[in-house]
Design a protein around this ligand. Structure first.
Ligand SMILES: Nc1ncnc2c1ncn2[C@@H]1O[C@H](COP(=O)(O)OP(=O)(O)OP(=O)(O)O)[C@@H](O)[C@H]1O
Ligand SMILES: [Mg+2]
Length: 404
């Protein structure tokens, strides 16, 4: 990518590959139907209706340019497939640009001017986030549509993305403790459960660690609704779509058929939960070939209390009981079931994660057992893990093909 500006992206920008990690099938047709009239929120049909009904603040391009100090490289919070995200400041009453450090902090996502797909995602984001409100969804403050410019203005999330906390090895991003990981898992699960509820009936389609943003208290909020879809209606069990999403996180049956259900999101949740437990990316080209796919590598370890400790993130060793680790791993396994109907609902996932809150105070003997396993591993007692001793490699490029 690197398209935000001509000089280098700030070192803590999470983007690693310069290419979109999303994929799309070439057959093209998207045959999903619209929401029925009794469901809320109603999905408008035309661009004009979406913008009119959104209830969002309309920003001028010049204001956003000033608010972000001319989209300065050191205002960059991150970069994704859509474009760069900048930090800015506006007056909380007038929404005019304010002096840095005063007024309200915002995150401004600026669309790369590269075609229709970007515009469609920009509009879809406005369509959903302009109507859906929940403590675990990021707040869209407004948008800018001026000439060729397409921008989105969000509440600023001071602790950035879960992805940064899990995988970036810098002083700025301290590893999250077990308790915080469970808190984030619960918040993200509640966000998804709300989307799947009869009230919203939305399939998110892009659940991944970079789309989970954290506020100052580590409350998780889902961002990026550019790929979201209305759930099926009229007794249908799935929505037919063009396959879109992110390698590694998308459910295998969805990738194979384009049939989208809320259980596809549940699969993606299982992937992120596993990333949180192990501290490993779902796909990591920097690891030896047998370890590059987290799901294939970790699965044999997830069914027993003794074995699960061998794949847990070494940076949180001793912070949880083996019992809690096994319960969390078992939940991930259920979410990753090959057969969608064997996966739990997000409501059930929320209930299971609620039981795991504050399981971070461990008994001394449990901590010792966990430490012993980690020690054994660090000494090379488990050859399959040798290459993963810490510090581990920097974030990898996202591969072109997923091997699920
Ligand atoms: N509201 C926000 N507050 C603070 N930081 C944000 C906000 N929105 C995005 N970011 C930062 O910008 C990064 C890029 O976000 P973006 O959603 O554009 O891309 P992505 O999720 O990394 O990738 P993709 O485009 O594939 O979804 C995020 O990972 C996060 O670090
Ligand atoms: Mg994102």
């Amino acid at each position: 990518m690197g398209s935000c500006f001509s000089v280098r992206i700030r070192a803590d920008s999470p983007r690693r590959d310069g290419l979109s990690s999303r994929y799309a099938s070439i057959d093209g047709r998207d045959t999903s139907s619209r929401r029925s009239s009794f469901s809320l929120p109603l999905t408008p049909r035309s661009e004009g209706e979406i913008l009119e009904l959104s209830n969002l603040k309309i920003f001028g391009f010049n204001d956003l340019r000033t608010a972000t100090r001319n989209f300065r490289p050191d205002s960059v919070l991150g970069e994704g497939g859509f474009g760069c995200v900048f930090k800015g400041w506006v007056d909380e009453n007038t929404f005019k640009a304010a002096k840095p450090g005063t007024g309200m902090v915002i995150a401004v996502k600026r669309l790369n001017q590269d075609g229709l797909q970007g515009h469609k995602e920009w509009l879809t984001e406005i369509n959903y986030l302009g109507q859906l409100y929940h403590p675990n969804l990021v707040k869209l403050v407004g948008y800018c549509l001026e000439d060729e410019h397409r921008l989105l203005v969000y509440e600023f999330m001071p602790r950035g993305s879960l992805e940064n906390h899990l995988f970036r090895r810098t002083a700025h991003f301290q590893p999250l403790s077990w308790n915080l990981r469970m808190k984030v898992a619960l918040g993200a699960a509640k966000g998804l459960a709300y989307l799947h509820s009869p009230e919203a009936r939305v399939i998110y389609r892009d659940f991944k660690s970079s789309n989970i943003l954290l506020d100052s208290n580590y409350n998780a909020k889902l961002s990026d609704f550019g790929l979201a879809k209305d759930g099926p209606i009229d007794g249908k069990s799935y929505v037919s779509t063009r396959v879109m999403g992110t390698y590694g996180y998308a459910a295998p049956e969805y990738m194979a058929t384009g049939h989208l259900t809320s259980r596809s999101d549940v699969y993606s949740f299982g992937v992120v939960l596993l990333e949180m437990l192990t501290g490993r990316r779902v796909l990591d080209k920097n690891l030896p070939s047998g370890e590059q796919n987290l799901i294939i590598w970790a699965r044999p370890f997830l069914a027993s209390k003794r074995r699960v400790l061998r794949v847990m993130d070494a940076r949180i060793q001793g912070q949880y009981t083996p019992n809690a680790a096994l319960k969390a791993a078992s939940l991930a396994v259920k979410c990753l079931a090959t057969e969608p109907k064997h996966r739990p609902t997000m409501k059930e996932v929320v209930a299971a994660i609620e039981l795991l809150q504050d399981t971070g105070s461990v008994k001394p003997d449990a901590a010792a057992a966990a430490a012993a396993v980690q020690h054994h591993r660090a000494r090379g007692g488990d050859s399959s893990r040798r290459a993963a001793s810490y510090p581990r490699p920097s974030p990898p490029p996202v591969p072109a093909v997923a091997s699920l």
